[in-house]
Design a protein around this ligand. Structure first.
Ligand code: HEC
Length: 115
């Protein structure tokens, strides 16, 4: 009788452990901060999410007085500076919102919008 009871306790303990083990496999959704360069496709996604509302998918929209990126003459460093710091004419600063890798990727993407 005592033995049976112990077995029962032991098996329910195992069951609890299994349940706990199951919880550990829950996916961690927090993104690791990485400075690995991002692909042009990923850069397009970042651009679409953050920039297309003013600049349009091809850079030419000019909503909210945004500049046409397809005719921009800024060099790589100037584009990066603009994205990081923004300016007082309506361009927003993205330094706090995007990682360095994302900014560098978007700089390349912006350069690719030129005709
Ligand atoms: C709220 C609207 C808005 C959003 C969103 C926005 N921009 Fe702009 N952007 C502007 C405006 C307005 C200007 C023009 C500022 C000026 O007249 O100097 C500008 C200018 C620029 C320029 C300089 C172009 C030139 O030749 O002078 C670049 C490059 C640029 N934006 C890139 C981006 C990128 C990349 C993003 C997304 C990460 C972005 N912008 C998001 C409004 C926006």
């Amino acid at each position: 009788m005592v033995l049976t009871k112990n077995l029962l306790v032991a098996s329910s303990f195992c069951f609890l452990l299994a349940a706990c083990g199951g919880n550990e496999t829950v996916e961690d959704t927090t993104k690791p901060v990485s400075n690995e360069p991002i692909s042009l496709e990923d850069a397009r996604a970042v651009y679409t999410l953050n920039c297309a509302s003013c600049h349009g998918p091809d850079g030419t929209l000019q909503a909210s007085n945004a500049k046409d990126l397809s005719v921009s003459k800024l060099n790589e460093g100037e584009i990066e500076h603009m994205i990081r710091k923004g300016n007082d004419k309506g361009m927003m600063p993205y330094e706090e919102m995007l990682s360095t890798a994302e900014i560098k990727g978007v700089v390349k993407f912006v350069q690719n919008l030129r005709k």
